[in-house]
Design a binder for this molecule. Structure first.
Ligand SMILES: Cc1ncc(COP(=O)(O)O)c(C=O)c1O
Length: 388
C-alpha cells in the first residue's frame, strides 16, 4: 500500500464513507511503471492494454506520457480518444470483430488491426470499402498461438493460429491489398518465466523469412502483454524481462531486429491499486476443534475478484492482525452463489483473531478488477474505484 493510498483510506474512514469495498489506484505508481517499461525496452513502443483498467485518469496520464493503446472494442477506442490520444496511437487488438465495428474504427481513424484467419482479413477489406479508406493504408498483424506455459492466467487457444498458417493469412491480406505488417502473440498473463518470449520469437522469425520468400516484407513484432505484477509470490522486475526479450530478438533476428511493440496491462496498473474490503462473517461448518474457518468478505468473484477463478490469481490479503497466529481458511464472497468462493482448494492463511467487521486489504488489485465486477448481481453495486 502506498502512503497516498493509506492517507486516502484513513480520511475516507474518518468521514464515515467506508461503506462498501473500494479500489484505490495511485497514479504515481502507473507513472513509474510506464517509465520502467520505457527504460527496460527502450526501442519498443508501448500499447497499454486498456482492458486492464480503462479509468479516464489512467488513460489521460498514459496519453500524456506518450503511450499508445491496445483496444478490444470501439468503446475502448472512444475512451482513449477522449483521453487525448490520436487514432494513430490506437490498435484494434481483438481478433474477433464485427465488420460494422471495423467500419466504425476506420472512421475514427484507426489503421492498425489484429487478425488470426483469412475471414477476419476479408472483413477488414470489406470494411475499408464501406468506410472509404484505401486498403493499402491499413496495417494488419497476424496473431499466432502460444501455449501460455508458465502463466497464471494463460490465454488459451481462443486467439491466434499456428505459425505456418499465419504465413498464408498474411499472404492473403497482402494479396487483398492490405498492408501485411507483422506478427503478434501473447505469452499468457502473469507470466513468471522471463524466457517465455523465446519460442514465440523463433516462430515469428520463421514467418518473417517465409513471407520474404513470397515477396512480402513484414516489419513489426507485437510482443503482447504477460508482464506480471506482484501478488503473493515475488516476480522478476521488468528489466529482467527486457533483457530476456532483447536476447531472444537478437538470437532469432540477428542484426535485423524488427520494429517491436508491447501491450502491458497487468504490469502497468496491477500494483497501483489496492482494495479495501470488510469481513462480513467468520464461521465453521461443524463444531469440531480442527474444522476450517470460512471467512466471508464483502467482495468476491462478482465484485471484482473474477481472476480467483480456478484459484488462478492468489492475491495478498492483509489485515490489522497479521502479527497473530495464522490458520488456514476458506475465503468466500458475499453473494448467494455457490461459485462465489475465492480460495477453497488451497486454503488461505488468515489470523485466528480476524473478526466480523474487520477491514482487509487486497494488494495488486489495479488490473482486471473494476471492469470484471457485475453491475448488480444479488443487488451488490459494482466495485467503486477512486483514482488518486
Ligand atoms: C491482445 C492483448 N494484449 C495485451 C493484453 C494484456 O495482457 P497483460 O495484462 O498480461 O499484460 C491482453 C490481455 O488479455 C490481450 O488480450
Amino acid at each position: 500500500m502506498t502512503d497516498r493510498i493509506r492517507d486516502y483510506l484513513r480520511a475516507r474512514r474518518d468521514l464515515g464513507l467506508d461503506e462498501g469495498p473500494v479500489m484505490v489506484l495511485d497514479l504515481d505508481v502507473v507513472r513509474d511503471n510506464f517509465s520502467a517499461f520505457a527504460r527496460a525496452l527502450p526501442d519498443t513502443r508501448v500499447f497499454y492494454a486498456v482492458k486492464a483498467n480503462p479509468a479516464p485518469e489512467v488513460l489521460s496520464l498514459l496519453a500524456e506520457m506518450g503511450s499508445c493503446f491496445d483496444t478490444a472494442s470501439v468503446a475502448e477506442m472512444q475512451m482513449v480518444l477522449a483521453a487525448g490520444a490520436a487514432a494513430d496511437r490506437i490498435s484494434y487488438g481483438n481478433t474477433i470483430k464485427k465488420e460494422r465495428d471495423i467500419v466504425r474504427a476506420l472512421k475514427l481513424g484507426v489503421r492498425l488491426f489484429a487478425i488470426d484467419c483469412q475471414g477476419e482479413a476479408d472483413k477488414i477489406l470489406s470494411a475499408t470499402a464501406q468506410a472509404e479508406v484505401e486498403a493499402g493504408e491499413v496495417q494488419v498483424f497476424c496473431r499466432i498461438l502460444c501455449d501460455g506455459a508458465g502463466a497464471d492466467w494463460p490465454l488459451s487457444r481462443k486467439f491466434g493460429c499456428e505459425p505456418e498458417m499465419a504465413v498464408n493469412v498474411l499472404e492473403h491480406a497482402h494479396r487483398a491489398g492490405l498492408q501485411a505488417y507483422g506478427v503478434s502473440f501473447h505469452v499468457g498473463s502473469q507470466q513468471a518465466n522471463t524466457e517465455a518470449w523465446d519460442g514465440a520469437l523463433a516462430s515469428a522469425s520463421m514467418i518473417f523469412r517465409e513471407c520474404a520468400l513470397r515477396g512480402i516484407g513484414l516489419s513489426m513484432v507485437n510482443l503482447g502483454g504477460g508482464f506480471p505484477t506482484k501478488y503473493l509470490k515475488q516476480v522478476p522486475g521488468v528489466e529482467t524481462y527486457g533483457d530476456a526479450i532483447f536476447r531472444a530478438l537478437t538470437k532469432h533476428f540477428g542484426n535485423q531486429i524488427p520494429e517491436t511493440i508491447i501491450e502491458p496491462g497487468r504490469g502497468m496498473v496491477g500494483n497501483a491499486g489496492m482494495i479495501e474490503a470488510e469481513v462480513v462473517l467468520v464461521s465453521k461448518k461443524s463444531e469440531a476443534e480442527d474444522e476450517v474457518r470460512w471467512v466471508y468478505l464483502d467482495i468476491g468473484k462478482f465484485g471484482g475478484l473474477a481472476e480467483t477463478m480456478d484459484e488462478s490469481i492468489r492475491y495478498a490479503i492483509r489485515t490489522d492482525h497479521d502479527e497473530d497466529r495464522m490458520a488456514p481458511c476458506v475465503v468466500a464472497g458475499p453473494t448467494c452463489d455457490s461459485v462465489d468462493v475465492l480460495y477453497e482448494k488451497n486454503h488461505y492463511p488468515l489470523p485466528v483473531s480476524l473478526a466480523i467487521g474487520d477491514k482487509v486489504w487486497i494488494d495488486g488489485a489495479g488490473a482486471y478488477t473494476t471492469t470484471y465486477a457485475a453491475v448488480a448481481f444479488n443487488g451488490f453495486p459494482p466495485l467503486e474505484q477512486i483514482v488518486i
